[in-house]
Design a protein around this ligand. Sequence first.
Ligand SMILES: [Zn+2]
Length: 284
Amino acid sequence: MPYVAGDTMVRHAWQEGYAIGAFSAHNAETILAVLEAAEAERSPVMIQIGQRAINTLGLAPLKALVDAYLGRVSVPVCVHLDHSRRFEQTLEAVRCGFQSVMFDGSHLPFAENARITRAVAEVAHALKIGCEGEIGKIGGVEDEIDVADEEALITSCEEAARFVAATGVDYLAVSIGTAHGLYTRPPKLAFGRLAELRETVARPVVLHGGSGVPDAQIQRAIGLGVAKINVDTELRQAFTEGMAGVLAENPQEYALAVTLGRGREAMRQKVQEKIRLFGSQGRA
Ligand SMILES: [Zn+2]
């Protein structure tokens, strides 16, 4: 199966009532963990490339790694650029053959966010790939984006509707009570607002900060129109704990194939759990 455009993948999930897992990858092992999990579950999948990974390894090399391993799977795969704050970077991703790009202008004034997001959406649509925008501030720490909790306001329906009309994004990241990173207490999603947003924006909603949200809340959110769920922290945790397990057994295990291999295996299992929770298993 070749790459599939993000909008095609997410729209199908939205119409059928499941969600696409957008799993962050940081190196070859994490790319393989996501691909192997998707193949095992016969699930479509998004591999997310975020700003930290780009800063350390580079955008084009990471995309080339996914390209190199794509032949190992037969399920639909989409490579997505996460939280880009630069128009030029979204173009670079398009040139490298990403199937989905996100411009995050949530830190900008509304008009500026809408103007740049629209430009990104126009390029994406001309090339028949998916585009994600963000309205409302999502709390927490991710990719060097810090937002104080008090600023992490719930997205208003009026703003979301204006933003969608002004930009034409295919799927919309909103703030409904999740945060990036580790929760200090379980989040409570704003389901009432999510239900209102479904009516006003009439397109798939993206849930950021999916790690650590109780399963029942995830499933309820999918029922209310969430069709792409970003997961990063829980996967990095699983990977790191897998490696730590090896070192606990043998502190002098210096074979990276062994330590990284155990991390990859632990992450693959976690991705499979998420795929089943999101209902995308068997949808390839
Ligand atoms: Zn995010």
